[in-house]
Design a binder for this molecule. Structure first.
Ligand SMILES: Nc1nc2c(ncn2[C@@H]2O[C@H](COP(=O)(O)OP(=O)(O)OP(=O)(O)O)[C@@H](O)[C@H]2O)c(=O)[nH]1
Ligand SMILES: [Mg+2]
Length: 512
């Protein structure tokens, strides 16, 4: 799988820089040849705050043909835009606000409006030739790097990426809020194209920039994770790779550049291109492996270790990866599956045996993919699928349940704090009622998070159940939105049809 890397927001941009860095010899930052990133990845950075794009010099404006480039999606909405005015007048949300608002629910609300309000859609269509112009523009910038480019683009297919990896933090506003709408938007067009998210969960206490309290960041993280994990397979992403900044900060101190270098290093076996002969499955087949047997996207915990080349390295690599090498705390014995990526000289049977022994998984639940490595070192990345679900597992420090339980408790605390002002004054009644209902209503997020906590305590999986929208299209003809009334149900049959259609289309495109 050759990945298209899309960093979103501050953390996403810093990480994307690591992945997209040029390996070619460069002089004074000018490449002497073609820009070649590790693993042949390509990609871009989506940012909402122009100021942030001016504070760095790695990415240039895509509009000016720069590579690697950044793009500010809401720039497609002009300052005199009727669409923007309609949304401000009816809902009180200003999509032109610089950097948006640092809240996950802001972007969630805005894109639900674009999806559901017929007047907004009509106005946007006449003004921007798209009902959802911000997401359309973002997707239009991503797609040319993928095998999904239209036939007229005349790109060399083998150069193109056959999967997307979004890089975000869970805890800010931009990455946290944008990742769901954009992945959902891509999915509505391409149900079977591999799409993964790597999300860095914000650390405990204060972050170095001290921009927001932990509880506030945790509410954003919770909303984003909730929305990612409750979509059905084929509607949502194919996996959410989680990394805990808390573990990273304990390892490296509050040094984001060092943390980001390490995260990139740890993901190298996943993105590396040089496969062992016969161990390079088509990306659609790999995607199938990740979601096999699941209704909802899995959580994937990365465990990484790198060691100088030794004789018989397998047992030690696996052992270290599953202990000191976990990038998010968990109990590996709880994993349902393991996807193993190695670089270097390792034996297939030995790796399978070592992972089976140390996780308790049957060998048919372990998927190994070997790649050629660097001189003098072997490395391993194990992605553990859904390694949680033990009764009272949330009481054991170091477990996934323990960390997520804390994040949800913090989110609830923030929701219950009157100073949080989650229903801003001055918003139109429609928005106030919708937010009130979304957060605090009988079927609201507050109640659902409490259920989530209980499910975690009881060791049930998954801990979040059904999707929850802020706005729901309840009256198609008038175009007036009403608060959520249960969500659109996408049944299994519809998903199956969408996925089958997509598989057929891709096979036909490749003449298979
Ligand atoms: N590992 C790592 N974590 C980061 C980095 N930058 C920010 N974070 C974490 O991510 C959280 C959110 O910050 P950003 O990613 O900058 O937020 P954003 O997505 O740009 O959203 P805004 O709040 O709208 O700026 C912070 O609280 C940190 O926990 C980074 O470079 N590396
Ligand atoms: Mg930011």
């Amino acid at each position: 799988m050759k990945l298209c890397i899309v960093g979103i927001g501050g953390c996403g941009g810093h990480l994307a820089e690591r992945f997209l860095n040029n390996q070619d010899i460069s002089l004074l930052k000018k490449s002497l040849g073609e820009h070649v990133s590790f693993g042949g990845v390509k990609g871009l950075w989506l940012e909402a705050d122009v100021q942030e794009t001016e504070n760095q010099d790695f990415f240039g404006p895509l509009e000016r043909g720069c590579y690697p480039g950044f793009f500010v999606p809401h720039d497609v909405i002009g300052s005199e835009s009727k669409t923007s005015k309609l949304i401000v007048d009816r809902y009180g949300y200003d999509v032109k606000k610089q950097g948006f608002m640092r809240q996950a629910e802001f972007l969630k609300a805005v894109f639900e409006i674009f999806e559901s309000d017929e007047d907004v859609k009509r106005t946007a269509l006449s003004e921007h030739e798209s009902e959802n112009p911000i997401l359309r523009a973002a997707w239009d910038r991503i797609r040319p790097y993928t095998t999904l480019t239209g036939p007229r683009d005349n790109n060399n297919g083998s150069e193109m990426c056959d999967g997307i990896l979004f890089l975000v933090s869970f805890g800010g506003g931009t990455g946290t809020g944008f990742v769901n709408p954009i992945t959902r938007y891509i999915r509505s067009e391409r149900p079977a194209y591999p799409v993964f998210v790597l999300g860095v969960l914000t650390e405990e206490g204060t972050d170095p920039q001290q921009r927001a309290k932990e509880a506030k960041r945790d509410l954003g993280a919770t909303i984003s994770l909730y929305d990612l994990l409750t979509k059905r397979v084929g509607v949502g992403v194919d996996g959410v790779i989680v990394i805990d900044n808390q573990i990273m900060v304990e390892k490296f101190g509050q040094n984001y550049p060092a943390i980001d270098d390490y995260i990139h290093q740890a993901m190298k076996p996943f993105v590396a291109a040089r496969h062992y002969p016969g161990e390079d499955p088509p990306s659609l087949a790999m995607r199938e492996k990740f979601i096999e047997g699941l209704d909802h996207p899995p959580i994937l915990v990365p465990c990484y270790f790198r060691d100088r080349r030794r004789k018989d390295p397998e047992e030690n690599l696996v052992k270290k990866a599953l202990s000191e090498g976990m990038l998010f705390g968990c109990d590996p014995a709880m994993a349902e599956r393991a996807y193993v990526f190695t670089r270097g000289f390792v034996g297939l049977d030995k790796i399978l045996g070592a992972v089976a022994r140390q996780t308790g998984l049957a060998e048919d639940r372990i998927e190994p993919w070997r790649k050629l490595g660097e001189n003098h070192a072997d490395e391993i990345l194990i992605l553990l699928r859904n390694p949680y679900g033990e009764e009272r597992g949330c009481e054991v420090k170091g477990n996934l349940e323990y960390r997520i339980h804390r994040v949800i408790r913090m989110a609830l605390r923030y929701m219950d704090d009157p100073e949080s002002n989650l229903i801003p004054d001055g918003m139109p009644d429609l928005t106030k009622t919708s937010l009130e209902d979304y957060f605090y209503g009988d079927d609201g997020v507050r109640g659902r998070l409490k259920v989530g906590l209980q499910r975690i305590e009881e060791g049930k999986t998954p801990f979040f159940l059904d999707e929850r929208r802020i706005f729901e299209r309840s009256n198609l003809n008038s175009g007036v939105l009403e608060p959520h009334r249960g969500g659109r149900k996408v049944d299994d049959e519809e998903i199956r049809r969408l996925v089958e259609g997509e598989v057929k289309r891709v096979l036909a495109e490749r003449g298979l």
